[in-house]
Ligand binder design. Structure first.
Ligand code: PHE
Length: 451
């Protein structure tokens, strides 16, 4: 049995977990979903889910890890043999996410390269992004590059270095995001966009919006895929679990909010309030921001720094994804680190290639209007993660009982302020809600009705 190393301090734990949590999900995914699903409505639903649902699930996952000292597969199994499958299911999620995550990481490197070589003006062109992803095999090269960088770091295990780097990078990212959003808000027509972003309209609330917000919550906070269980297994008993969860949540949600503030009002300004521009989806960050930069003084330099920071945020998340997958294979097959890394990298290259080419050479593959990348995203976020989350709720609520988790949370100072909320959420609200949402998404997937 390997000795588990621990995070040295609570801050260390919170930062490491935030490094995994804060990534493309916050800067790339959140803004395009919020823009698409009604702005303020999406934001409000997301915030409500984060402080109730997200809080309960993250607390449960970290506590499970800390209590058992094991990562997902082992943690569930060690508490109840029948629930080992849940750990296995959770482990499949990062295997699906990692490849397409790296595809987008590749797009980010491409934009960084374009900006640093003085191409910022060209990248603001209307069809620049679609020409890039839809053209040739070029995206595949950037995807390989991103994957290779991640693999090298995971192989050498220079996590310490990365942790140090992200401690500097993350604050700079925040400052830069604030500057860019303030600038964006001064553009003509941006105020209308700001209103769209923060004002909810109850008529926009639909099962689809809630499902999208929930999938985003899991994705952004690295939940329902065993990652927080693993992180919890490295956490010391004398670090306060409840306040750690609150801090990670605040950090993660804060960055997502800022990213939305940076992108959504600017989309409004540049599209003259055209709602269809808001539904642009995955390309939003790559289409709109270059336009903002192009209209800004020193836009080329600011854009260069921006894409470098996004790259770092993406890299720290990709490392945590790959590290998780590598350790799954190592535990299962007792492989050495090198072999496991190589295997995972090759597997991810094979799995990711169709996502990378799905807008160009493979654009004929589509399902319900979704490209390969969107399908991967949908299957992991809207199908598998809700199932794992539901399983976790049932497991904690009715098998090991919420008290097991509460006791673990109380290890530090005997307190668990949100104990009642936690127990009601995990036993009743979350599972009922998840079943309803899952059922409606399956029903609409089968074409029974549309949501
Ligand atoms: N949470 C990360 C993000 O927001 C994505 C991620 C998911 C990272 C799962 C690790 C594990 O970008």
């Amino acid at each position: 049995m390997q000795k588990r190393s621990n995070f040295s301090s609570k801050l260390g734990f919170v930062l490491a977990a935030s490094g995994s949590a804060v990534g493309l999900g916050n800067i790339w995914r959140f803004p395009y979903l919020a823009a698409k699903y009604g702005g303020g409505t999406f934001l409000l639903i997301y915030l409500i889910l984060a402080v109730t649902f997200g809080f309960a699930l993250m607390t449960a996952e970290i506590a499970l890890g800390r209590k058992t000292g094991l990562s997902a597969i082992g943690a569930f199994k060690s508490l109840d043999k029948r629930f080992g499958f849940l750990g296995v299911l959770a482990s499949i999620v990062p295997i699906i996410i990692f490849p397409y995550y790296s595809v987008i990481g590749g797009w980010v490197i491409k934009y960084f390269a374009v900006f640093i070589s003085g191409g910022s003006a060209a990248s603001a062109g209307d069809t620049y992004f679609s020409d890039f992803i839809g053209g040739t095999f070029e995206p595949l090269g950037w995807f390989f590059l991103f994957m290779a960088l991640t693999a090298i770091i995971v192989l050498f295990g220079v996590e310490k270095g990365i942790e140090k780097v992200s401690k500097v990078m993350m604050p700079i990212l925040v400052v830069l995001t604030v500057i860019i959003s303030i600038y964006g808000l001064t553009l003509d027509g941006a105020m209308e966009g700001l209103v769209y972003y923060i004002q909810p309209h109850m008529s926009d609330v639909s099962a689809k919006t809630i499902l999208a917000a929930m999938g985003q919550l899991f994705y952004s906070m690295s939940l329902a895929m065993g990652i927080m269980v693993t992180y919890g297994s490295y956490m010391k008993k004398d670090n306060n679990l409840e306040s750690s969860v609150r801090q990670i949540e605040m950090f993660d949600t804060g960055i997502a909010f800022l990213a939305g503030l940076m992108i959504i009002p600017a989309v409004f300004a540049f599209s003259g309030g055209d709602r269809s521009a808001l539904g642009a989806g995955p390309g939003l960050m790559f289409i709109t921001l270059p336009k903002v930069f192009a209209s800004m003084k020193f836009g080329g330099a600011i854009g260069t720094i921006f894409f470098l920071l996004v790259f770092f945020a993406a890299l720290t998340s990709a490392i945590s994804l790959m590290e998780t997958i590598v350790s799954i294979f190592r535990d299962k097959f007792h492989w050495g680190r090198r072999n496991a890394c190589l295997f995972v990298a090759v597997l991810a290259l094979i799995l990711g290639a169709p996502s990378s080419l799905g807008f160009g050479p493979l654009s004929f593959i589509s399902w319900m209007g979704m490209s390969v990348l969107d399908i991967m995203d949908f299957v992991s976020n809207s199908v598998l993660m809700p199932i794992v989350a539901l399983g976790t709720c049932i497991f904690v609520g009715f098998i090991i009982r919420p008290k097991t988790i509460s006791d673990e949370v109380k290890e530090t100072d005997g307190k668990f302020k949100a104990e009642k909320l936690f127990s009601v959420m995990i036993k009743w609200v979350a599972p009922i809600f998840l079943v309803l949402i899952l059922a409606s998404s399956v029903a609409s997937g089968l074409g029974w009705f549309s949501i």
